[in-house]
Design a protein around this ligand. Structure first.
Ligand code: PAN
Ligand code: ZN
Length: 188
C-alpha cells in the first residue's frame, strides 16, 4: 500500500475517509449498572451513545490502526455514557488515546487487578500499557472526541469486560464527577 492522509475534524470528530460504526444504548446496555434505566431509554428511542470512525488499514502485524471515537453527552441513571471497553486479544499491545475535544475519563484495569482512572481533556495523551483493559466515559456536556492509535493486529476481547465490569464506576453525584466502587463487581 502507499502512504496516505486522512483528515480529522477536531470539532465533530469525523475522520475522512473512514468507516463508521455506531453504538446505541441497546448495543451497550449490559455495560451499565442501572440496566432498568437503560431499558427505559431504549423504549424512548434508543439514542446513540458513541461512534467510532476507523481509517482503512490492514489488520496485520506492523501496521498501526487508528480511529476517532465520539461519545455523546448523556447518562444512564447517574452513570455517564461510556464505551463497551475491552482487553486487546493480543494482551502485549499498548495504545494511545489523544483527546481532541470535551471532558472524559479513561478507566483501565490490568490483568494483575490494578485499576486506574485518568482524566481526558483537549491535549491529554493517555498511554494504555500492554495488559490493561480500557473504557472511556464522557463526563461533560458536549461531545467527547479522541483519537486512538494501536497495533493493527491487537484485536478486541469485549466478553471479559461485559461479564465482570470494572471495579469502579464513574457517576454524577450532586453535579460532580465521582468515582465509586462498583457494587456489582464479582470476584474482587
Ligand atoms: C478504541 C476503541 C473505541 C471504542 O479505538 O475501540 O474507543 O471503544 P470499544 O471498542 O470499547 O467499544 C480502542 O481502544 N481500540 O483498540
Ligand atoms: Zn483498545
Amino acid at each position: 500500500m502507499k502512504p496516505y492522509n486522512v483528515v480529522i475534524n477536531f470539532e465533530s470528530g469525523t475522520l475522512d475517509p473512514g468507516k463508521r460504526i455506531i453504538r446505541k444504548v441497546s448495543d451497550v446496555k449490559n455495560m451499565f449498572y442501572d440496566t432498568q434505566a437503560a431499558e427505559e431509554l431504549i423504549q424512548k428511542g434508543d439514542p446513540m451513545v458513541y461512534e467510532v470512525i476507523y481509517a482503512d488499514v490492514p489488520e496485520e502485524q506492523g501496521h498501526l490502526g487508528h480511529c476517532t471515537t465520539i461519545i455523546y453527552p448523556g447518562k444512564i441513571g447517574n452513570e455517564y455514557f461510556l464505551t463497551k471497553g475491552h482487553y486487546h486479544e493480543k494482551l502485549s499491545t499498548a495504545e494511545i488515546y489523544f483527546c481532541l475535544r470535551g471532558q472524559g475519563r479513561l478507566i483501565m484495569e490490568s490483568t494483575d487487578g490494578d485499576c486506574e482512572v485518568l482524566e481526558m481533556f483537549p491535549g491529554s495523551a493517555s498511554y494504555i500499557p500492554p495488559n490493561w483493559s480500557h473504557r472511556t466515559m464522557n463526563v461533560g456536556k458536549e461531545l467527547l472526541v479522541f483519537y486512538c492509535i494501536f497495533p493493527a493486529d491487537a484485536g478486541h476481547d469485549y466478553a471479559t469486560i461485559e461479564e465482570q465490569g470494572y471495579p469502579k464506576l464513574v457517576v454524577e453525584i450532586d453535579g460532580k464527577v465521582t468515582v465509586i466502587d462498583n457494587p456489582k463487581r464479582k470476584n474482587k
